[in-house]
Design a protein. Structure first.
Length: 450
C-alpha cells in the first residue's frame, strides 16, 4: 500500500483558488473577442441581467450580459436569434463554468436584414415613395421593353420566353447588371439610369429569380428605391418568388410576383389580341351589313319620295285640291246665304213687332190683363175683408153686454157711470141707473144687503 507524503507533494490548489486563477488566466490571455452564434436557453431574471448560451452546429458556450450594457440595443434577444457579440472570456468560479461576458450585441443574418428592411420601409413610406398618386400607368402596347437583370440568370430566360409567346413583335433591350452581392445595388441603379438616359424603352422590367432575404437584399437598398422612384419610364418589379416582397416592389409602378409574371404584365397576350381582332372584324362586318341595309332602305325611300314629288303627280294633287276648294267654297256660300236669309226673316219679324199698331195692341192686351188682375185682387181682398168683418162682428156680438141684456140681465151704474158689481159698492140714498135690453130705469137705493 502506498501513502502520500504531503510534505513532499508540491503546492495543492483548492477548487476556489483553481477557478480564480483559471479565470484570471483566461481574462488576461484573451482580449475582447467577437463571437457569432445562435441564442438558446435565454433567461432574464428580475435582476435585469441576461443569461443565455451561444451555439453553432457543433458547440456552445455560456454567456452573460449585464443590465448596464443593454441600453443601446434596439431589440430584445430571444431563442433562435442569430447574433454577433463582443465579449471578454471569463469563468464563473462558483460553478467552474467557462463563459463569455458580453458588452455589445448585434443581430446577424436575416434578423438584422429584416429589421433594416422594416426601418427603410417605414422611412420611404413616410417620404411618399409608395404613394399611389406617384404610380405611372403602363403602356397597353409597348413599342420596346427594357429588362434590368443578370444576362446569365434564369430570370432573363423566363422573361424572354414569355415575351416571345405573348408578344413576339416587341423588341427587347437588356441592361445587364449584378443582382446579388455588395456591389449589386450600385450596378442596378446604374442600369436603371442608363435606360432612362437612353430613353429607348416605354416600359422597364427590373427582375431577378428567387433566393434568400440576403440574396435579394440589393433590391432592398435605398439607392435602388430612389432610382426606381426617379425613373420617368414606368417600372415593373419582378423580384424573387410570389411570397417575396422587396422595397423595390413597393416603389415600382407595378409589382409582379415573379419575373415571368412581370413579362406578362408588360405585354398584351397575342392569342387574346387575335381573338379580340377576330371579334372586332365580325363586329365591323355586321356594322357594314347593317349600314348597307340602312343605306338601301334609305335609297328606296328616296325613290318613293321622288316619285311622290313628280310634277305630274303634284299637278294631279293640285287639281284635286282645286276641286275640293271649289266644293268647299260653294258650301260656304250656301251656308252664308241661308244664314243671311234667316237673319233677314228675324229682322222682318222684329220690325213687325216694333210697329205702333202692334205695340198699341200689345199694350192694350197688357192693360186688360192688369185690369183683370186688379179686379181679381180687389174682389178677393173685399171677400177676405167681409169674412173678417163678419167674424169680428160675431165675436163682438158674443162678447157684447147687450147680448147679456137680451137674456134678462141688467147693468147697474152709479151717477158717475161706475158699474156696480157688488152690493156694498152702493149706499142707501144713492141714485143708480139700471140699463135693460130696452130702456133705462133711474132708481134710489133704500137698503143694501151685502
Amino acid at each position: 500500500m502506498q501513502t502520500t507524503d504531503l510534505e513532499q507533494q508540491q503546492d495543492i490548489y483548492t477548487v476556489s483558488r483553481l477557478n480564480n486563477e483559471v479565470r484570471f488566466l483566461l481574462e488576461d490571455t484573451f482580449p475582447m473577442v467577437w463571437v457569432e452564434g445562435e441564442i438558446s436557453n435565454f433567461a432574464a431574471p428580475g435582476s435585469g441581467h441576461w443569461y443565455f448560451s451561444l451555439k453553432d452546429s457543433s458547440a456552445q458556450v455560456r454567456c452573460a450580459m449585464f443590465r448596464g450594457n443593454q441600453r443601446n440595443l434596439g431589440f430584445t434577444p430571444k431563442d433562435g436569434m442569430h447574433v454577433l457579440i463582443r465579449a471578454r472570456v471569463s469563468l464563473y468560479p462558483n460553478r467552474g463554468d467557462y463563459q463569455l461576458i458580453a458588452d455589445v450585441m448585434e443581430e446577424r443574418g436575416e434578423g438584422r436584414l429584416r429589421r433594416a428592411y422594416e426601418l427603410l420601409k417605414k422611412k420611404l413610406e413616410a417620404a411618399g415613395l409608395f404613394a399611389p398618386e406617384h404610380k405611372k400607368p403602363l403602356p397597353h402596347f409597348p413599342q420596346q421593353i427594357g429588362v434590368v437583370t443578370s444576362s446569365t440568370g434564369a430570370a432573363i430566360r423566363d422573361i424572354l420566353t414569355v415575351l416571345q409567346r405573348r408578344f413576339p413583335c416587341v423588341p427587347v433591350i437588356i441592361y445587364p447588371t449584378l443582382v446579388q452581392g455588395e456591389t449589386a445595388a450600385p450596378a442596378i441603379v446604374k442600369a436603371i439610369q442608363t435606360a432612362n438616359r437612353r430613353n429607348e424603352c416605354d416600359v422597364l422590367i427590373v427582375a431577378r429569380g428567387g433566393g434568400s432575404l440576403e440574396d435579394l437584399w440589393p433590391f432592398n437598398e435605398e439607392i435602388v428605391a430612389n432610382a426606381i422612384y426617379q425613373s420617368h419610364i414606368p417600372v415593373i418589379s419582378g423580384v424573387g418568388h410570389e411570397v417575396d416582397f422587396t422595397i423595390a416592389d413597393y416603389v415600382a409602378d407595378r409589382r409582379a410576383p415573379t419575373p415571368s409574371a412581370a413579362a406578362e404584365i408588360a405585354t398584351p397576350d397575342r392569342t387574346e389580341l387575335l381573338h379580340k381582332i377576330a371579334r372586332q372584324q365580325q363586329q365591323i362586318v355586321r356594322s357594314m351589313r347593317t349600314k348597307l341595309a340602312g343605306t338601301k332602305q334609305h335609297i328606296e325611300w328616296m325613290q318613293k319620295h321622288l316619285s311622290q314629288q313628280h310634277p305630274k303627280r303634284q299637278l294631279t294633287e293640285k287639281m284635286q285640291r282645286l276641286d275640293f276648294c271649289e266644293l268647299t267654297l260653294v258650301q260656304l256660300l250656301n251656308r252664308h246665304l241661308n244664314k243671311m236669309q234667316n237673319r233677314l226673316k228675324d229682322l222682318d219679324s222684329r220690325l213687325h213687332r216694333q210697329t205702333p199698331s202692334h205695340h198699341i195692341k200689345h199694350m192694350l192686351n197688357k192693360i186688360n190683363f192688369m185690369l183683370q188682375h186688379i179686379n181679381t185682387a180687389i174682389s178677393g181682398k173685399l171677400t177676405r175683408q167681409q169674412t173678417a168683418l163678419a167674424n169680428a162682428a160675431a165675436k163682438l156680438d158674443a162678447l157684447s153686454p147687450l147680448a147679456t141684456l137680451q137674456r134678462g140681465y141688467a147693468i147697474a151704474t152709479t151717477s158717475g157711470n161706475h158699474v156696480l158689481r157688488q152690493a156694498r159698492e152702493a149706499a142707501p140714498g144713492d141714485e143708480i141707473h139700471i140699463r135693460l135690453m130696452e130702456g133705462t130705469i133711474e132708481c134710489r137705493v133704500e137698503k143694501v144687503e151685502a
